[in-house]
Design a protein around this ligand. Sequence first.
Ligand SMILES: Cc1cc2nc3c(=O)[nH]c(=O)nc-3n(C[C@H](O)[C@H](O)[C@H](O)COP(=O)(O)OP(=O)(O)OC[C@H]3O[C@@H](n4cnc5c(N)ncnc54)[C@H](O)[C@@H]3O)c2cc1C
Length: 404
Amino acid sequence: MRILISGASIAGPVLAYWLDRYGFDVTVVERTPAPRKTGGGHAVDLFRPAMQIVEQMGVADQIRAKATGTEALVLRRPTGKPVTLDLRKLFTAVSDNHVEIMRDDLSELLYNATCSDVDYIFADSITAIDDGEVTFERSRAQRFDVIVGADGLHSNVRALTFGPESEFTTWLGAYLAIFSVPNYRELDGVMEMIVDSGRMAGIYSAAHMDDARAGFFLRLPQPLDYHHRDIERQKQLLHNHFHDMKWEVPRLLAELDHTPSFYFDSIMQLRLDTWSRGRVTLVGDAAYCPGPAVGGSTSMAVVGSYILAGELAAHAGDHAAAFATYEREIGEYVRRSRGFAVTAAKSLIPRGRLEVWAMVNAIRLINVLPAPVSRAAAKLNTKGVRLHDSIAVRDYTGFDRMRE
Ligand SMILES: Cc1cc2nc3c(=O)[nH]c(=O)nc-3n(C[C@H](O)[C@H](O)[C@H](O)COP(=O)(O)OP(=O)(O)OC[C@H]3O[C@@H](n4cnc5c(N)ncnc54)[C@H](O)[C@@H]3O)c2cc1C
């Protein structure tokens, strides 16, 4: 059975790995000219269920070796002393097995784990899907039994199959930008941020990175009228909204004008009732992004890919039956993540001075609580901070090489 996956970031290679292990014939098409390389992207999180899956893939130790190593957050306000949050304590409370890693480091490791068994086509994109007939921008047309969109929040496969993205997205009230800057503050294990009413800016690096990432978060009353690829306008917007912020913000804004890598997007949530139509289904951010940076979507992308591959194996390639159970298995996790992300998006960027004050005091509280107490309190909260760790995932490993 021939399966085509669009997207080679996180969901794509995880899905490809498991499908290949179950004996399917897998091709991955990726728009970028080459595999993602170490050091790029932004920090993402893997929680317990996702770590168990990558453990079974044999890449968990390599993933731990590339962890960002961020241990503390130093938070500044326009006035008053900075407060420091012990992130190790926070993550120990939130998860029994958590790793923070740069997105492209993770992608490179997952690609390396699959590239000798799976066919990768780079610098190409699907242009049409007609039942199983797929046409591409550059490659010749081919027939596949199943086509999976693992091509992210602005998924091409979703647009071709379900229609325009605007029909399925809900804006969560904020925008974010991430860009590369020199690690001129020589950060090692520390993330620094400044927060004010409706806006937040900061900088972090990872243990093995030569550069650092600047991050800007902006809350607005109305969505912007802009195109998500209009980089010049996005940079101008950041200058307009952050020009009067103190601390390192003027320096970070100066770097913005000649950064080699820049990302800007709205924090929005995808809400589709189903992710499958005919021979096509969706996985990861393409299907159920709860919101970038607010919903733990990387873990969900890993778990969703593992479940989709497992269901295709369990149903011996009967894609209609497999898609239905895949959607049932992941559905509750998706719904809970959506709820969590809406709350997280509200509290991430304070709306006024009172919320800045509340944020600082929450950090102080976490710092003074003994670790076992914060762990015990967090464990009661399976809909919130313990959401990802509390997900139970079916074990599909019995289907290994079932088709050989
Ligand atoms: C700024 C930012 C901060 C984030 N912070 C966090 C965080 O702290 N924690 C966390 O867990 N998650 C975070 N996320 C989310 C995380 O990056 C995603 O959930 C994760 O990368 C999802 O993986 P994916 O493979 O589904 O999609 P993506 O990583 O988006 O990958 C999609 C892939 O598809 C490719 N593609 C796109 N279009 C096409 C096409 N037409 N044809 C072929 N290929 C195509 C892309 O090039 C890309 O390689 C953040 C995201 C952003 C943007």
